[in-house]
Design a protein around this ligand. Structure first.
Ligand code: FE2
Ligand code: FE2
Length: 499
């Protein structure tokens, strides 16, 4: 089993423990790539299950900052000890600090050995509390008065900055980039709705404690709540789903329905008839002769495909008429749909393949409204996206709005009275373990299909995937997942030949 497979298993288990109301403790002496991956994986699961996955980069960035600071404080002790300097003597402290920075950079391995030898460690405690997810970083050395006052000063200074652009022009451009971490932490807390007051640092005679509480219900900042209200209003004002489409969809599912009955209904709607004929004559269906009759078209595409066509084209039509057409999102949905269908067929869920494919086609529906609702924030967001070289602005938008695209999508699907399994798939496509038992399989299939697409686009990784989902498909390690992925991609190439 490779290290990613162990990580996936371990972080899923630890998240289950937290969900059971218990506390987990993880200790380490220093920070490295493995620990970084571990924290990324763990918080991807914890935050997804709380339906705040968009806080992932905010929370992991803050934790990375807090943990490396704690390790730095520990390393400082090692350095002072091995140089026979007294940290609590102001004069010796200042003298020691002169050389400490260059020492720690050039003697990393030595520092790590010493940290282990003196058992100077950082412990991360995580548990659910009434106020939210509580994360405590403890290092087993007390803070020096000088250090504590420096930190307090930076926290206070952070409060003076209005936004990121001010920090960038004042701190980054000044020669001393010192303390930027803590200032950014405070701004991240403020802008994400977690709140600056959720962060506390204290020390007793033996240890230093840094705590962070992530509320499950983010308290949106003023601008955020305005945008949230705007989004709810947008959803409210969306046109209702065409009644005839919903009726037709139900008709397709009736047991004793005849093709004639369905085709008669479709023929009443000229634009729908055109769509059905277009699909039947498209390269995806291998027919020798073009058909001009709706009834023949239905025979070619099948009732299940017809249902997907009805729902998807109507949903996309409503969205595309009202908002900018986000081709990238629909392309990603199409791919997720194809992947989900393949997964369902391969792993013995053939009966679910059509429903999973349909869920995949709509799963990121909420992103459209999210991306359209940003006018008030757009300037700020594009600025940060550019400066921080973020891949996509969606996460940042969600952070600043405090609402996930899964929730927005769920609300839209519910407003449109779409089938329950679609609502559930949209709602939980990033938090599969939260779905109701009845729809578990279909949600897991879409979740995995979406993950494979995201891994392909380099916005996700194997060790972010919930272990329970991998277990359902009996995927034991990263190699097996990647094998599945290349299989699907080959299939995609074959299919595209007919397109
Ligand atoms: Fe998504
Ligand atoms: Fe997606």
């Amino acid at each position: 089993m490779n290290s990613h497979s162990i990580l996936t298993k371990k972080t899923s288990q630890l998240t289950n423990i937290i969900d059971d109301g218990k506390q987990i403790n993880v200790s380490f002496h220093y920070y490295n790539r493995n620990i970084n991956s571990f924290i990324n994986s763990l918080f991807s699961k914890i935050l997804s299950r709380k339906n705040i996955p968009f806080l992932h980069s905010t929370v992991t960035t803050i934790l990375r900052e807090l943990i490396t600071n704690a390790i730095k404080a520990n390393s400082k002790r090692v350095y002072f000890k091995s140089n026979n300097l007294d940290m609590f003597d102001d004069k010796e402290y200042n003298a020691g600090m002169e050389n400490f920075k260059s020492y720690i950079v050039s003697n990393q391995e030595e520092v790590e050995e010493e940290l282990k030898k003196f058992n100077l460690k950082v412990t991360m405690q995580i548990n659910n509390s009434e106020r939210g997810l509580k994360i405590m970083i403890i290092n087993n050395v007390p803070l020096h008065r000088e250090e504590l006052s420096k930190i307090q000063h930076r926290i206070q200074k952070a409060g003076e900055f209005k936004d990121f652009s001010e920090v960038y022009s004042e701190v980054i451009d000044s020669s001393e980039g010192e303390g930027l971490g803590i200032i950014l932490t405070m701004l991240f807390l403020r802008n994400s709705g977690i709140g600056e007051q959720s962060f506390k640092i204290s020390a007793d005679s033996e240890k230093t404690y840094t705590s962070l509480i992530i509320p499950f219900d983010l308290s949106p900042v003023e601008i955020t709540s305005k945008i949230q209200d705007g989004i709810f209003k947008e959803i409210e004002e969306l046109p209702t789903f065409p009644e005839n489409i919903l009726e037709l969809q139900k008709l397709c599912k009736t047991e004793d329905v005849t093709l004639k009955k369905i085709s008669d209904r479709i023929s009443l709607d000229p634009s729908l008839s055109v769509s059905v004929l277009k699909l039947a004559n498209s390269a995806g269906f291998l027919t020798r002769n073009r058909t001009e009759y709706v009834i023949d078209a239905i025979k070619i595409i099948g009732l299940k495909n017809l249902e997907a066509l009805l729902i998807t084209s109507s949903a996309r039509k409503i969205m595309n008429e009202k908002y900018t057409v986000f081709k990238k999102i629909w392309d990603h949905c199409n791919k997720t749909s194809a992947y989900a269908r393949y997964i369902a067929m391969k792993f013995g869920y053939a009966v679910l393949s059509d429903s999973a494919a349909l869920g995949g086609l709509l799963h990121d529906l909420g992103k459209i409204i999210l991306l359209s609702a940003n006018s008030a924030l757009s300037e700020w967001i594009s600025e940060i996206t550019r400066k921080k070289e973020l891949r996509t602005s969606t996460t940042l938008e969600e952070v600043s709005i405090g609402l996930s695209h899964s929730t927005i999508g769920e609300l839209i699907a519910a407003k449109w009275n779409l089938p329950e399994y679609i609502i559930e798939s949209i709602k939980n496509h990033h938090s599969p373990l939260n779905c109701s038992a009845q729809y578990r399989e279909i949600v897991y299939i879409i979740y995995l299909g979406n993950h494979l697409c995201n891994i392909e686009d380099k916005v996700s990784q194997y060790y972010f995937i919930e272990q329970e989902v991998l277990d359902m498909f009996k995927i034991n390690d990263e190699e097996e997942l990647m094998k599945l992925h290349s299989e699907i991609k080959t299939m995609q190439v074959i299919e595209s030949k007919y397109n």
